[in-house]
Design a protein around this ligand. Structure first.
Ligand code: CA
Length: 226
């Protein structure tokens, strides 16, 4: 199989449900890691930093709401709740804790796929390709291989630089505050902090005292004088 559409973390303690959903998603081109409780979910989260989290609320041990809060301390990764809890207060609590969407069980797989696509489009600013890559002007980011290229030539980034760029690419043309960027990359190991590649510096604009942003396509064309 070629590149997955996105790397998902599926957290569900009911084994038959988890297996059925995982099998379906893998069949549709997603890479899926499975967790059966909150501890395992957070372990996978730390290790793999998935592109999106599908999360049951009623879990043994650490419950789903606590998992949402823990992920939100670090990152803006989309979280879709899959829960049998259909009370309005449960939905409000999950959304207030930082979940992006809420699907009530039993749900149809077609609806789950549509919500997944919508969430991934929002995160990656509408610049996500069917193969999961993000392309803006001459810049390409491959979230599966964690590779970045400018004009088809690979740019070597430290893990932290990569996470910063990925966070910026989700907000093309918009300023992202320093605090939000730090939250997006918090927890990423970075042993060898090097100097960013010069080819990237023309594509990222510092807004003094506020934060950073990636130029949009039009600005890139202008900046490169083509
Ligand atoms: Ca459950």
């Amino acid at each position: 199989m070629s590149q997955p559409l996105a790397r998902l973390l599926l957290v569900e303690d009911d084994e038959p449900t988890r297996h059925a959903v995982a099998t379906n998603l893998i069949g549709h081109g997603y890479a899926v890691r499975e967790a059966s409780d909150g501890e395992e979910a957070l372990r996978h989260w730390e290790e793999g930093r998935p592109d999106l989290v599908l999360l049951d609320l009623g879990l043994p041990g650490i419950d789903g709401l606590a998992v949402v809060r823990r992920i939100r301390r670090d990152a803006t990764t989309p979280i879709i709740i899959l829960s049998a809890r259909d009370q309005e207060r449960d939905k409000v609590a999950a959304l207030d804790a930082g979940a992006d969407d809420y699907l009530i069980k039993p749900f149809g797989m077609a609806e789950l796929h549509a919500r997944l696509r919508a969430s991934l489009r929002r995160t990656l600013g509408g610049n996500i390709e069917v193969d999961g890559r993000v392309r803006i002007g001459p810049l390409e980011l491959d979230p599966v291989r964690r590779r970045v290229a400018v004009d088809d030539r690979e740019v070597h980034l430290t893990p932290r630089q990569y996470e910063l760029l990925k966070a910026l690419l989700g907000n093309v043309g918009r300023v992202v505050s320093r605090g939000r960027l730090l939250r997006a990359v918090w927890g990423v190991e970075y042993a060898n902090e090097g100097h960013p590649d010069g080819r990237l510096s023309g594509l990222i604009v510092a807004e003094p005292g506020v934060g950073y942003r990636v130029r949009d396509e039009e600005e890139m064309r202008g900046a490169r004088g083509s």
